[in-house]
Write a protein that binds this ligand. Structure first.
Ligand code: ADP
Length: 368
């Protein structure tokens, strides 16, 4: 009987529980044993009680739950070979031969590294006499499949990451609440949303709430952004709008790479010699990660979870490590490391303030 383990890692996102539910039940349905690794890679490194066999009923009611019920953690030990050696030992002790990981680009990079190193980790476990050659024989190949759980929608190669639509929905709900009070007092609100290297949440929230102005990391505003923003806000006010909403992604900056903070924007809107609007800041923070998964994330988690189990059972030593993407509404398998590299290239271009490159990389993602 094949033993498949699944885990959540990195930042939590709505829909991760739906993934685990789908993977556990699909694995059982296909005649395999399902295991959950609790606390991300920490559970793999520590082993013991953090690796548990799961039954059909163990994941009952998990589909809508936010967060991850099997825990997630940042695990320093897994960055080191010694930690990964310990993880390999625990996998063999539990008889696990396949691993499904739901996390962000960091977690998926770690997974690929683990798979690439697997043969040499096994050799070390034999040479240090922790296992005999016969014991490791059934574990010679490690099959790994990734699923992308992230509220930021920050992985290249997939149209939506699991969690991003729940976070976007949460932002829209919060802006709706704020708008009522903003309108009552004719105030402006500067709303900070998540997204360090990816402006998807800010951009889509801007569209979905009809915000007056947005700031995203990939495409900084022109140098005259102050005049531009104030001009637009003034125009909207003249047309009778009683509220102003400006959305700032946490990674937003100007063309010189100077961070654009909500406070800078607020001061500008409130400037007595300018618009002089009563202006407030709301930082949405972890509210964006909270609450139930929206219908789209439940669907994506379920369809991708099923596909991940199929992919991990069909993988061979020759096949490249894949992740499950959604492209033009189809659930598809794609090479994992190409997506991770493309994601890192955008982040690197933003860090280097090469915004034209960042934008052309983003454009290329959507014209593939
Ligand atoms: P995310 O998956 O959300 O991008 P992190 O980058 O924090 O989050 O990664 C989560 C965990 O994955 C880390 O704490 C670490 O255990 C593991 N990991 C990340 N990058 C690597 C890497 N390059 N090599 C090995 N393990 C890694």
């Amino acid at each position: 009987k094949k033993k498949i383990a699944m885990m959540t890692s990195g930042g939590d996102a709505q829909g991760m529980n739906g993934v685990i539910r789908a993977c556990v039940r699909t694995a059982i349905h296909m005649g395999c044993d399902a295991f959950c690794v609790y606390e991300g890679y920490e559970g793999l490194v520590q082993g013991g009680d953090l690796i548990r066999k799961m039954e059909w009923h163990d994941v009952r009611g998990w589909l809508s739950e936010g967060g991850t019920l099997i825990g997630t953690a940042r695990c320093m030990a897994f960055y080191e070979r010694a930690g990964r050696l310990q993880a390999a030992k625990n996998m063999i002790l539990h008889g696990i031969d396949a691993l499904i990981i739901c996390g962000g680009d960091g977690s998926l990079t770690g997974a690929d590294k683990f798979r690439a190193e697997w043969p040499s980790l096994l050799e070390e476990l034999v040479s240090t006499k922790q296992f005999t050659r016969e014991q490791i024989e059934p574990h010679k190949h490690l099959n790994i499949v990734g699923l992308v759980g992230s509220i930021d929608n920050d992985l290249s190669g997939t149209d939506a990451t699991i969690g991003c639509y729940s976070a976007l929905t949460r932002i829209c709900e919060m802006v709706d609440y704020i708008e009522a009070t903003a309108s009552s007092h004719s105030r402006a609100f500067v709303i900070e949303v998540m997204g360090r290297h990816c402006g998807w949440l800010a951009l889509m929230a801007g569209v979905a709430t009809g915000a007056d102005f947005i700031f995203i990391p990939e495409k900084p505003r022109e140098d005259n952004w102050r005049e531009e923003m104030c001009g637009i806000v003034q125009k909207h006010r003249t047309l009778g709008k009683r509220k102003t909403i400006v959305i700032v992604a946490e990674g937003a900056h100007d063309r010189e790479g100077q961070k654009i903070t909500p406070e800078m924007v607020r001061e500008l809107l409130a400037d007595k010699s300018g618009l002089a609007i009563d202006s407030r800041i709301t930082t949405l923070g972890h509210v964006q990660r909270g609450g139930v998964a929206v219908a789209y994330d439940r669907m994506l988690a379920t369809l991708q979870g099923v596909e991940a189990v199929k992919a991990v059972l069909e993988a061979t030593p020759e096949t490249e490590t894949c992740f499950i993407a959604v492209t033009e509404n189809k659930i598809v398998r794609k090479p994992l490391m190409k997506a991770v590299e493309d994601t890192k290239a955008v982040a690197a271009a933003i860090e280097a303030h090469d915004f034209d490159k960042a934008m052309s990389l983003r454009d290329a993602e959507f014209s593939d």
